[in-house]
Write a protein that binds this ligand. Structure first.
Ligand code: PRX
Length: 655
């Protein structure tokens, strides 16, 4: 959302005055009690030290924090192993037989994996990585479907001190290649394919395509998931063969608190994705602390299900690291929510007696659209807490989630955070906070955020502005991989020594925080960040396109949808339009991945530009959202908008 729209939305929210305090029963048993806020307030660093003691440290830190903006270090001098904290510790302390993952494949195959099973696989995988020459400090690209081996691969990397870079399985060969090159990965871990929407899709051929270019990748380790025919070359190794020949023992070595744990690429305002870089001690501390307090996890009795793929930060922090450190039992599911039927997620909630469900507003809105009959068919009584993440949740969807999924007795935690923040930052605490539908409410204990105006001055209650974080936090990104200037420029240049998140927010009259969406050129499609520039570059890389402008338009289901305006090259006839438009949409999917496929492409003769040549996206957004076009007096050619609006419905296209 552009900043100029913030004011209007602020007005609308002032009318939301429903609040939902936790029930007395929930509050009485909650992990986090009201005093936790005071405790953190009293001595923030002592509070974080206490949270860090959740972990097993081979060497304790000598100082808590080293903050030289914008560079931070936490728990300096401390040494630990991430994989040991997720696995060995539970087995040593007698929890080896506890289920770590109830895995459900899309075709209905299942696996029950205990902590002891998971540790055994991770040890063998760690030995296999060592055999392949992977050492501490190396980078490993992981390109996998949502199967348990994805978590095994991540934990094995962490165990040997190699940073993993997980690339979502929906990305194209070009996107994969760009990430392999940027991180200079020397190994790729993948699968032959996975199951999605009732069919097998292939992953290995995408890796082969990417590796046609010159990289430093020496080997490709391949999990056999679908059994489909797979081309093979000398650098390829089957996962099951490599693991079978390994020594089952592996002793995890401790690494420095600031040792790299992973890189995860996310879109920024330019076409090149940013490698968000996280380290070990602080990240694990905040992942574990938030997972236990925000989700109220009771590891002996809860079944936790975060529906995110490990290709996104949510899967890193709340499928792999946070829950495993806390000894949680989880559900992981490979497929889509509508395969083989629209009640699939609810069927699995019933089957595994899921008690905590964490998902995205886009899925909640999709369920609303499908109708209540699907959730109503299943017994969802096991649920006791619901979470939301990835984009603002509109009050209607929040209420539906509460009533239809939560049977009016589950607290909802709307959690705001980012790939960059590593873990939850703003959220209700479920046994403490009286929630308002659509608001993430307040920073969690230990975290500090403010809403500021253009000058960096904190706004008063009832007003909107930019969300900033004014104190360093343990799971803060440590940089953008290989791009220090970009790190400083993107996050720290807007306001001096304050982290600028890129989101608009407002404070209501009670001081509760309402997130209002991005204020930069980043779109949020189904909770995934995609930059307008990235899609524009993909479009102009097609021979038919001379110029392109992309905006995120409101979308009932996905939050925002991608709408592109393109000018064709001279001499390219736009005959009938539709065929070329389909081709352009597919071209974007091929260049970036299916998640970036524009919802709509409009062929136009001109783009609205200021006299200095800047595209006025605000006006294009008005067109894309079917609004009257706003003030266009600064346009170089005032007639352009009329021409564009007239062509509005040509080239509308839906899948
Ligand atoms: O715009 C905010 C939105 O998602 C962005 C972060 O995206 P990503 O790094 O992909 O991480 C998504 C999962 C943590 C934010 O800048 N966002 C995330 N959670 C919320 C949200 N917007 C509103 N409410 C949320 N709860």
């Amino acid at each position: 959302m552009s900043n100029e729209n913030l004011g209007d939305s602020v007005e609308n929210l002032l009318t939301e005055n429903r609040t939902f305090p936790p029930s007395a029963e929930f509050a009485a048993q909650a992990n986090a009690k009201p005093e936790i806020y005071e405790e953190a307030e009293r001595d923030r660093l002592a509070f974080w030290e206490k949270q860090a003691r959740r972990l097993h440290w081979d060497t304790e830190w000598s100082s808590v924090l080293d903050w030289k903006p914008p560079y931070v270090k936490w728990f300096i001098g401390g040494k630990l192993n991430a994989s040991y904290n997720c696995l060995d510790r539970h087995v040593i302390e007698g929890r080896g037989n506890r289920v770590a993952f109830h895995f459900e494949g899309e075709p209905g195959d299942t696996r029950t994996i205990t902590y002891a099973d998971l540790l055994a696989d991770v040890k063998k995988c760690a030995n296999a990585l060592t055999e392949l020459g992977i050492k501490a400090g190396d980078r490993v690209a992981i390109y996998m479907p949502m199967i348990p081996e994805a978590a095994v691969a991540m934990l094995a990397c962490a165990r040997v001190g190699a940073a993993h870079s997980v690339i979502f399985g929906g990305f194209s060969a070009d996107s994969l290649l760009a990430r392999i090159l940027d991180a200079d990965a020397t190994l790729v871990i993948t699968a032959d394919g996975g199951f999605r929407k009732g069919a097998a899709f292939a992953l290995k051929p995408v890796v082969d395509e990417a590796l046609k270019s010159k990289t430093n990748v020496r080997n490709v380790l391949v999990v056999k998931r679908t059994g489909q025919e797979t081309a093979w070359s000398e650098r390829d190794i089957w996962w099951h063969e490599a693991l079978a020949r390994q020594n089952p023992e592996h002793v995890a070595q401790p690494f420095d608190s600031e040792h790299p744990l992973f890189i995860l690429y996310t879109s920024g305002t330019t076409a090149k994705p940013k490698g968000i870089f996280h380290t070990t001690g602080g990240y694990l501390t905040q992942a574990a602390y938030t997972h236990q307090n925000v989700f109220d996890l009771k590891p002996e009795s809860d079944v936790f299900w975060c529906t995110a793929d490990v290709g996104w930060i949510t899967g890193h922090s709340y499928v792999v690291y946070g829950p495993l450190i806390n000894g949680a039992t989880q559900v992981i599911y490979e497929g889509t929510p509508d395969t083989p039927h629209k009640g699939r997620i609810f069927e699995l909630v019933e089957k595994y007696k899921v008690s905590i469900l964490y998902t995205a507003p886009t899925l909640i809105r999709t369920w609303m659209k499908w109708g209540d009959e699907f959730p109503n068919k299943y017994n969802l009584k096991s649920l006791r807490l619901l979470g939301s993440v990835g984009e603002p949740i509109n009050p209607e969807a929040w209420m539906w989630y509460r009533e239809v999924i939560g049977n009016n007795n589950c607290p909802i935690v709307d959690t705001w955070w980012q790939t960059e923040t590593g873990a939850i930052m703003i959220s209700p605490l479920p046994g403490v906070t009286a929630t308002k539908p659509g608001s993430a409410m307040a920073t969690i204990p230990g975290i500090s955020a403010k809403v500021v105006d253009d000058e960096g001055i904190e706004v008063s209650k009832g007003r909107g502005g930019y969300l900033i974080l004014d104190k360093p936090w343990p799971s803060m990104l440590r940089g953008v991989w290989g791009e220090d200037e970009r790190y400083k420029e993107t996050y720290w240049s807007r306001f001096k020594d304050l982290y600028f998140a890129g989101d608009g927010a407002k404070l209501d009259n009670d001081g509760a925080i309402w997130l209002m969406g991005r204020v930069d050129d980043v779109m949020n499609i189904s909770g995934h960040r995609i930059s307008t520039t990235e899609v524009e570059s993909a479009l102009v890389s097609h021979e038919a396109v001379a110029e392109a402008a992309v905006v995120g338009a409101n979308d009932e289901i996905t939050g925002q949808g991608i709408v592109a305006f393109v000018i064709l090259r001279g001499g390219i006839p736009n005959v009938g339009g539709e065929e070329l438009i389909q081709e352009l949409r597919n071209h974007v999917a091929k260049e970036i991945g299916a998640i970036a496929k524009p919802r709509q492409i409009m062929v136009v003769a001109e783009l609205p530009k200021t006299r200095s040549g800047k595209i006025m996206r605000r006006l294009l957004r008005d067109v894309a959202e079917n609004r009257a076009v706003g003030d266009s007096t600064t346009l170089a050619d005032p007639n352009v908008m009329k021409l564009i609006s007239e062509g509005l419905n040509s080239g509308k296209s839906e899948d």
